[in-house]
Write a protein that binds this ligand. Structure first.
Ligand code: IVH
Length: 673
């Protein structure tokens, strides 16, 4: 029992501390997921030992006391928090509890809507005018942020009445979430880093930090926005359901996330829509960290009432976290094909959005210094969509003194050459083109899908071939024999033959793929395709002048410089000749003139159901189009598959035509297969 008491006390103390970091300082030290785990553990213990529960426990309280710097506002009705659910079963249990409480087994209608990750605010409108705005604070008393709230342009200072609709009530307390859009958040953080200020950990902290500024002029410069999701006191209530109420708020000029508020008549619909919102979460301009399920009928809400810190009629369904807390075991340096040295953090494995993450990129020394990240640090890692995981920040208060600062080595960790840093670059490079790491990197690039596409030639085989001196340059791959391959570890007769076949097949390729395979700096697949289209012949490309190159749309000065430098070097020209001599045959792409895809640039976001990305790229290229990774000025079409990412937003913003998978297939003259 003593052990339980100690654990409970420790948990309460920890949670109070983290509440303070989160609510008062807007600078959390642990991920939301970690906080949720601590909270759930405490809830479980208190439920199992009700004799140890006390009203002062953080499980019975909401948020934190307001800061003294703001005047206080007492909420007429307490601003509550929500219970959390994490699984389908939790949602079913919620429904069972509701029916049990109502003493009625008949179906209950719910609404489900996105849970916006910002901070809760209450706006008081008296006789239609905004008089007071406050933060939630501890639920009973919040901070008076009226002057700051009034700088948010989308919050009406007076309520309006649309034709043939109900007038606003004399007294209306509206509740909602103030948040910062993702793009604005990233911009704000970039500016802060430039000015040597610590970046905000996430948009929520940025929003909270911006709203709780003593000088409203600062708030005014921060792009904040608000969605209303409920009410406190209202002088006359003229709707029967939550959904109707949201429509009314909208009619009075308040911002409501209505397109995404869905009425669900069955539990299956509730669960499906929660999952759907999780799938499309990356499409929102702002962060959503879950879905909120509410009993739709207001009379039932009133009957259900509330527990100490949350209503019985509503619950949050929390999405899988994309941020987590973990430890950096050590920091290693990786040498890439271009010789760039990249520091990589090896992490204590942690699950992020359903994937176990073990490593995160630290980009470069400058980034490490700015964020003051050390080996042994407890850190917050994050993974957004298919982006490489990265470290958001180190939790400095958890340092024991044993953490080690990291410094980029002055010598290449692979070949020992002294590293160099070009002027104006933050990247440190190994200058030795014969560095094994660079050689291996070049081979890996050469055989990769978008380049020569040699299936089955993985990392380990390449490393062995280099070690055994069977390959020194790319052309050597085409000189490999069965006898050479069979000497390698883990290679049996069949795989040796398959590999030889794959190498042979790769000889027939397109000019674009070949240019890309050469690994010229700044020449990615997209640029390679432009060059292939323009020159149609590798020799002509080799002879192109700077003037000729710069005149091509999509080719900038950096690319021009790197292409001319590449072809000026005799070794590179010899290298190409040797590749042609060993039998590489280049077919210049001649797009079928009839295809509407010819000459167009496509970008894909999300998953396609009928083909892999690499296959889509093949089809596009075969039809004379190009595929790019990012939405830019040259993009003609964005193909939006299942669970599209932020590219969809970018495309919408830049007026790029958006194609569904079906529309894409139709455009290529293929019907759904
Ligand atoms: S309804 C009684 N709807 O989530 C509280 N809350 O974790 C009723 N939140 O305190 C809240 N989006 O700050 C509701 N669509 C939404 C929401 C939402 C975000 C926040 C809100 C609440 C917190 C609970």
């Amino acid at each position: 029992m003593d052990k339980v008491i100690t654990e409970i006390e420790k948990l309460r103390e920890e949670i109070r501390y983290h509440n303070h970091r989160y609510y008062s300082l807007d600078d959390p030290e642990i991920s939301d997921a970690e906080y949720d785990r601590l909270f759930k553990r405490l809830l479980d213990l208190e439920q199992r030992h009700p004799e140890l529960a006390t009203p002062e426990s953080p499980t019975k309280m909401v948020g934190a006391r307001p800061q003294e710097t703001f005047s206080e506002v007492k909420h007429r009705l307490p601003m509550l928090s929500l219970g959390n659910s994490f699984s389908d079963q939790d949602i079913r249990d919620f429904d069972t509890r509701i029916k049990r409480f109502l003493g009625d087994d008949s179906p209950v209608d719910y609404t489900v809507e996105p849970k916006i990750d910002g901070l809760a605010v209450e706006l008081v409108y008296e006789n239609g005018s905004l008089t007071v705005a406050s933060t939630r604070g501890d639920g009973f008393t919040g901070e008076n942020v009226t002057r700051n709230i009034k700088t948010i342009l989308t919050i009406p200072l007076t309520l309006t009445q649309k034709k043939n609709t109900l007038p606003p009530p004399d007294l209306l307390e509206v509740r909602g979430e103030v948040y910062m859009e993702l793009e604005a958040f990233e911009k704000l953080n970039q500016e802060r880093v430039k000015r040597d200020l610590p970046p905000f950990a996430n948009p929520r902290n940025a929003a909270a930090g911006s709203l709780r500024q003593l000088d409203p002029k600062i708030t005014a410069r921060r792009p904040l926005n608000m969605f209303c999701y409920g009410i406190g006191t209202i002088s006359e209530l003229s709707s029967d359901t939550h959904h109707e109420l949201m429509t009314l708020l909208q009619q009075w000029g308040l911002r409501v996330n209505r397109p995404y508020i869905r009425i669900c008549n069955t539990l299956t619909e509730v669960i499906d829509y929660c999952r759907h919102l999780e799938e499309i979460r990356a499409q929102f301009f702002f962060e959503i960290d879950g879905a909120v399920i509410k009993v739709n009928r207001l009379d039932l809400q009133a009957r259900l009432g509330q527990k100490s810190r949350s209503p019985r009629w509503s619950m949050a369904f929390k999405f899988k976290p994309t941020q987590e807390t973990t430890t950096i075991i050590r920091i290693d340096v990786q040498v890439g094909r271009t010789g760039a040295l990249t520091p990589v953090a090896h992490l204590k494995p942690v699950e992020l959005g359903g994937v176990v993450v073990r490593r995160a990129t630290l980009h470069n020394q400058e980034e490490i210094d700015k964020k003051d990240i050390r080996e042994g640090d407890l850190v917050i890692v994050q993974r957004a969509g298919d982006v490489i995981p990265e470290i958001v920040k180190a939790i400095k208060s958890k340092r024991t003194g044993k953490e080690k600062r990291f410094a980029m080595p002055s010598q290449c960790p692979v070949c020992g050459s002294g590293v160099v840093k070009r002027e104006g670059e933050v990247v440190v490079r190994c200058p030795n083109p014969n560095c094994p790491a660079q050689v291996k990197g070049s081979f890996k690039h050469f055989v990769s899908k978008g380049a020569m596409n040699i299936d089955g030639l993985g990392d380990k085989i390449i490393a062995q071939l280099i070690r055994k001196r069977l390959i020194e340059e790319e052309a050597d791959l085409y000189r490999l024999s069965f006898d050479n391959l069979i000497t390698l570890d883990k290679i049996k007769e069949r795989s040796a033959n398959n590999l030889l076949k794959a190498i042979e097949n790769s000889k027939k390729t397109t000019l674009a793929k070949f240019i890309y395979a050469l690994g010229i700096r700044h020449v990615g697949e997209y640029v390679a395709a432009i060059l292939a289209d323009h020159f149609g012949d590798i020799e002509l490309l080799g002879k192109a002048t700077e003037e000729e190159l710069i005149a091509i749309e999509g080719i900038g000065p950096q690319i021009v410089e790197s292409i001319t430098a590449y072809f000026e070097d005799r070794h590179n020209r010899d290298h190409i000749n040797r590749l042609i001599q060993v039998g590489i045959e280049l077919e210049a792409p001649s797009p079928p003139p009839t295809s509407p895809a010819a000459g167009k640039t496509f970008v894909i976001t999300g998953t396609l159901s009928s083909m892999k990305r690499s296959e889509a790229k093949e089809v596009i290229t075969r039809n004379g189009g190009r595929m790019a990774s990012y939405v830019g000025g040259n993009t003609d079409y964005l193909i939006a598959g299942e669970s599209p990412g932020s590219k969809l937003r970018k495309a919408k913003d830049s007026g790029v035509s958006i194609l569904s998978e079906d529309e894409f297939l139709k455009l290529l003259g293929k019907d759904h297969e």
